[in-house]
Design a protein around this ligand. Sequence first.
Ligand code: AP5
Length: 219
Amino acid sequence: MALNRALILLGPPGAGKGTQSKKVAQRCGVPHLSTGDMFRDAVTRDLPLGRIARPIMERGELVPDELVMKMVEERLSRPDCAGGFVFDGFPRTQPQAEQLDKILEARGFGKPQVVDFCVSPDELVKRISGRRVCSVGGEIYNIHEAPPKVPGICDRDGGKLVQRADDQPEVVKERLVAYERQTKPLTEYYRRNGVLDVLDAGAPVEDVSRALEKLVKCS
Ligand code: AP5
């Protein structure tokens, strides 16, 4: 199984991109590339990149394009990306999207497939406030919609479930502003390029997965 292209899941914070991109990447046997996870990993390991990204993420702003692109290019050069990949949280600005197009062309991939996750603002806030993440394996839960069997403990590896530092209400507000200003315009960019599919992602997880399966075929 492969994808033989880049799949981009676009959408605001809390729309369910992480939840669904892991599933589709597993289904098609390609890597799930979350720039947010990569930055959080660099922060946890106290790498130089993490020291730069940490205060920016804590304010709910976007990390500068040059740092994002350097990290993504390095990741795409690894052999596991040869059969395609699923982007979660990337690209997020017009320069990132334009640079990605050039990288894809240089690597012999065609145009990306882009799915825009649409969810109402009230539902986004509800999802983010209930999100808990496994501190060991990164598994995503929701105390309202997808709780673990034992409260506070990951079903998969027994890790402690924690709330993301940027899921505090004041930071979420800033992340939503950054999304509206810098990322939402990408829907128009990809629509003009003829590669945009729009998905009603306000439905329950399994319904969204089924709808995504119809849109995204593995090769
Ligand atoms: P990032 O980690 O990418 O966060 P985000 O885009 O804000 O998205 P989230 O992870 O908050 O939400 P999601 O859509 O993945 O939802 P999830 O599946 O978890 O970025 C974090 C920061 O890193 C940025 O602010 C920025 O600073 C930096 N950064 C990252 N990439 C960057 C880039 N390219 N450029 C510059 N800076 C960058 O679901 C949310 C909750 O809802 C969960 O609890 C889940 O269980 C639940 N849920 C999911 N689906 C459903 C459903 N269908 N019904 C009910 N509940 C659901």
